[in-house]
Design a protein around this ligand. Structure first.
Ligand SMILES: [Zn+2]
Length: 323
């Protein structure tokens, strides 16, 4: 098992199976053929990070030193320049993706959002992404962002150390319930939980704002069952696959077999997410890990993959611009 994993880690751009002996996307070079075989026009990845270079460098240092909110060794695979990473996504066929800045303290959201707006203006494949934080004026700020056409928000309660039902956030939730703008929420307790993570936080928010269009990052790991229950209860609670089912994640707390039928039943609300570029394995491994779910449950088949990797996100965000 150790050898198998070491071999997999050695693989990067080159595939030992690119002669066509297998249909599994074992290496990044195989990814375009993989989605073409599914009959898709490309991939739609709702969970990608691009941050201002100085902030990005600070975040990466946390990963490099296995900081307290990371909790384990986490060698970042895609360390190129931002231009190189945009090109890498293009080469993979990721036709639409997010940037997902997130504020870790008061006073930084506006800076992150200005940067993300400039980035999206330069990179048409990127969704206009923004964040906010419980601080005075957040209601007006979110209203302005919605009117400016923000397509997706991101909040990270573990890093930001705030509660989703913080009273300061109320006007922002009211506005977002009205606009229907999707919000990617990292509120599950992986990789390291704290008092601001866990399904009860989202449960309390949705009880007050049931129409919020929420995307639960990482399928809510590790509290999968409780987050799946929220997606079952609330029409506009969605889930992203980010890092779940990969070998790396399985080491820390695998998605339980008994939940797979419920994951299949939620097939219209599950979205491809990857966490590119801060992943410790090739991008292709996320797709491979989704494809091999079929071995564990028959309904997690190619039709399910087509919905997850493209159609659900198009329903949520609209058709990508022609590029
Ligand atoms: Zn992320």
């Amino acid at each position: 098992m150790v050898e198998v994993r070491a071999q997999r880690d050695l693989r990067d751009g080159r595939s030992p199976t690119s002669s066509g002996t297998t249909s599994k996307p074992l290496a990044d070079d195989d990814v375009p053929a993989w989605w073409q075989r599914l009959g898709l026009p490309g991939l739609f990845d709702v969970h990608v990070h691009f941050l201002p270079p100085n902030i990005e460098a600070a975040v990466w240092r946390q990963f490099d030193h296995a900081g307290p909110k990371i909790g384990r060794e986490w060698p970042i695979r895609y360390r190129g320049t931002q231009d190189e990473r945009v090109e890498r996504l293009r080469a993979l066929g990721v036709r639409r993706f997010s940037a997902l800045p997130y504020a870790h303290k008061p006073g930084v959201a506006a800076y992150l959002n200005d940067w993300a707006a400039a980035f999206a203006a330069e990179v048409p494949a990127c969704l206009l992404s923004a964040t906010f934080y419980p601080e005075p004026g957040v209601g007006e700020q979110v209203d302005r962002l919605v009117r400016d056409g923000v397509e997706v928000f991101k909040l990270h309660t573990q890093v930001g150390e705030f509660r989703l039902d913080d009273a300061l956030l109320e006007p922002a939730w009211d506005r977002l319930e009205q606009s229907g703008t999707p919000i990617v929420l990292h509120v599950g307790s992986g990789p390291v939980g704290n008092e601001f993570t866990g399904p009860e936080h989202l449960g309390r928010l949705l009880a007050r704002h049931p129409r919020l269009r929420v995307i639960v990052a990482h399928l809510g790991a590790p509290e999968y069952a409780a987050f799946l229950a929220l997606a079952e209860e609330y029409d506009d609670t969605w889930l992203d696959t980010t890092m779940v089912f990969t070998d790396f994640f399985d080491d820390a707390g695998a998605f339980p077999d008994e939940l797979l039928p419920r994951l299949a039943a939620l097939g219209d609300k599950v979205l491809l997410g990857s966490d590119f570029p801060t992943i410790p394995y090739p991008y292709a491994h996320q797709l491979e890990s989704l494809e091999r779910l079929h071995d564990r449950h028959p309904s997690l088949d190619e039709a399910w993959l087509r919905r997850v990797c493209w159609h659900n996100a198009v329903r949520l965000f609209g058709e990508p611009p022609v590029t």
